[in-house]
Design a binder for this molecule. Structure first.
Ligand code: FE2
Ligand code: FE2
Length: 285
């Protein structure tokens, strides 16, 4: 979650309802002023991106995938993970200091009120659970913040693009052309994304949610693509279709943040039934 545009600091993010919006999808009303980088950033946001852009290389991403995607750290249910995550405040987010629990409940509640299908609401409820990587000892720059492909030229549409000058891959010829190690239109499935909570959670839940939900989880922090239209040349038609869901989801992820803190006691029974429809008692993390 999070980001904004360094090249146009005053820019506020109003998400347009476009003709790529899934039919009938409700867009959460988008007040101005979210993702205002660097204008409204909390201290630490810029530093997080400086470190993230410097250290997210092809080698780093491959090493983290080897380290985490065997999913052999612990067995944990969705609600245990939600409670576990609640100790964390996301340093990359310029918009909120709410706990992660509050953010997940607000996003899910906004999706529920908008009349979205149950898979969409449960996606909203779990979408940031991959941030438990922080509680496994990962620094926030390797968990949160906008994501982007590694192994090809970094787009100027990625937030704080200037920090990529310190990334060693920027000087590796094979990784610094437009396509890098990828094929034109080959699809994001074959693209290595910077390591973070999106990709990790996708692997944790991938046997339990429909494709649209998994796509939202996997790419919801890829703002350069779903907000700015960057990296279209890496995508196939499936990506372009699925990105419409990510855009719809993004309005809930961002614009429910100003809402009142949800009352967990009131909401928990509904959300417990919902999670039990989709997930087994325990998942491998
Ligand atoms: Fe997120
Ligand atoms: Fe989020």
């Amino acid at each position: 979650m999070s980001d904004g545009l360094p090249r146009s600091p005053a820019r506020a993010y109003a998400v347009a309802v476009t003709d790529r919006t899934p039919p009938g999808a409700y867009q959460n009303p988008a007040p101005r002023g979210f993702r205002d980088y660097p204008g409204n950033s909390r201290p630490g946001v810029r530093e997080l991106y400086r470190l993230q852009h410097r250290h997210q290389t092809v080698e780093f991403v491959k090493a983290k995938r080897r380290e985490y995607l065997s999913l052999d750290r612990r067995r944990m249910g969705i609600w245990e993970a939600i409670k576990f995550l609640d100790r964390l405040v996301d340093d990359s987010d310029p918009d909120t200091e709410l706990s992660q629990l509050e953010h997940l409940l607000q996003t899910a509640e906004a999706a529920r009120r908008a009349g979205h299908p149950r898979w969409f609401i449960v996606t909203a409820l779990v979408h940031d659970l991959g941030k438990i990587l922080c509680l496994f000892g990962e620094p926030q720059w390797a968990v949160v913040g906008d994501t982007f492909p590694v192994g090809c030229r970094f787009s100027e549409q990625v937030i704080y693009h200037e920090f990529f000058a310190d990334n060693p891959d920027d000087r590796v010829p094979a990784y610094s052309t437009r396509l890098g190690i990828y094929e034109e239109g080959g699809g994001l499935d074959d693209v290595l994304m910077s390591w973070g909570h999106d990709e990790y959670l996708y692997h944790v839940v991938k046997d339990h949610l429909p494709d649209e939900a998994l796509y939202v989880i996997r790419y919801h922090s890829f703002y350069a693509a779903h907000r700015e239209g960057a990296y279209d040349y890496l995508m196939n038609d499936r990506d372009r279709q699925m990105l419409a869901w990510v855009r719809t989801f993004s309005t809930f992820d961002l614009y429910s943040k100003g809402d009142d803190s949800p009352d967990l006691v009131d909401q928990r029974p509904y959300f417990e039934i919902l999670t039990s429809e989709f997930f087994p008692t325990e998942l491998s993390w």
